[in-house]
Design a protein around this ligand. Structure first.
Ligand code: BT5
Length: 330
């Protein structure tokens, strides 16, 4: 399917295809079917989007060879290889919360697979009213709109779909294997590198849509994290020792997400749970799980088929915990 794109996006595509050689204003104007003055205006817009474009009166335009590509929807789009996740991108340099935006888009009837991406968030959300630190220029904050048509009781399954996708994308780049902390944290060397926040719009028997919100610390340095997080959080950069292209990361994440979402929709929850367990390391470890109304202490004996955490308490009974925060002891 060929969709109509803004002229500046087409110009960026042509300049990229030129691989650093000049393309004349005349060539761009005939490729786009617009005047040379219009080409000049669109070049201005492309520069506003963060592209370094050199202009020579006699030769035309080219992308500056040494400049790193900016982070925006065009870059994510050109790295994308999915069927539907990320085919409709809303990119914001700054937004309150990508989940909030995606929720509005869900209500407005936008299609499944629509993604919201932000370079920074002013009100990034964690679970239970907690905050997600979302500085500009370093990380990925994205929300994926899903319309799985499942009953609300199963919506939680998609936390596990999301966790497996994030762990897989991070794991491909990280020298250390990611570990999932039940239910939604992705850790590298024991420190939180990504978090997932699922929100839904539903009626009692049917989900209208689900928003899978994902925050990944990609290029932030530990020293730049807010002081209270320095002992508990880290980033992919700290493990790799090099910067990761955020647009490429987002595109890879959408592919992994789409793959696991299809597995879930076509084969059910159990293959997702099996993959998730491959990243789970709490079995046999002493844990304290705090939920809103209870504290469960004991030894983790695994997770059940629905993804509930199993804890053998000091009385010897195995309790099933469906929500809460796990603190691993020892
Ligand atoms: C989460 O909550 O881990 C879910 C985070 C989801 C964030 C994404 S970003 C895109 C989308 N739009 C949003 O508005 N949100 C989603 P929770 O398990 O409640 O963890 C929150 C706790 O993690 C905080 O209380 C901090 O202790 C810690 N934290 C906050 N920011 C962090 C960061 N950038 N890296 C690591 N830990 C962080």
């Amino acid at each position: 399917m060929r969709v109509k794109v803004a002229a500046e996006v087409e110009i960026i595509r042509l300049l990229k295809a030129g691989k650093g050689s000049y393309i004349s204003g005349q060539a761009l104007s005939s490729a786009l079917g617009v005047s040379r003055t219009a080409v000049w205006k669109h070049i201005g817009k492309a520069r506003e989007m963060g592209y370094s474009i050199e202009a020579s009166p006699s030769k035309g335009y080219r992308l500056k060879a040494s400049s790193a590509p900016p982070f925006n929807g065009v870059e994510v789009s050109s790295a994308l290889s999915t069927d539907f996740i990320g085919r409709n991108i809303r990119f914001y340099p700054s937004v309150d919360s990508t989940n909030k935006k995606a929720f509005e888009l869900g209500r407005a009837g936008e299609p499944e697979g629509t993604v919201v991406i932000a370079d920074s968030q002013t009100g990034g959300k964690g679970r239970l009213g907690r905050k997600w630190e979302s500085p500009a220029g370093v990380n990925l904050y994205t929300s994926i709109l899903l319309r799985p048509g499942i009953p609300p009781a199963r919506a939680h399954n998609l936390t596990f779909v999301s966790a497996v996708a994030v762990a897989e994308t991070v794991g491909r780049l990280s020298p250390v294997r990611p570990v999932v902390k039940w239910p939604n944290d992705i850790l590298l060397d024991g420190k939180k590198t990504a978090g997932i926040l699922l929100e839904m719009d539903s009626e009692p028997d049917r989900v209208h849509f689900i928003i899978a919100g994902i925050g990944v610390n990609i290029n932030i340095k530990d020293a730049d994290l807010p002081a209270p997080l320095r002992s508990t959080a880290t980033s992919l950069y700290e493990k790799r020792g090099e910067l990761t292209d955020r647009a490429g990361f987002a595109a890879a994440l959408y592919s992994d997400f789409e793959k696991w979402y299809k597995v879930y929709m076509e084969q059910g929850f159990s293959p997702v749970m099996e993959a998730w367990k491959g990243y789970f390391a709490s079995t046999g470890r002493p844990v304290t799980v705090r939920s809103l109304d209870a504290v469960t202490e004991g030894v983790c004996t695994g997770v059940d088929a629905d993804g509930a955490l199993l804890v053998r308490t000091f009385s010897g009974a195995v309790e099933r915990v469906v929500s809460g925060d796990v603190e691993q002891r020892g």
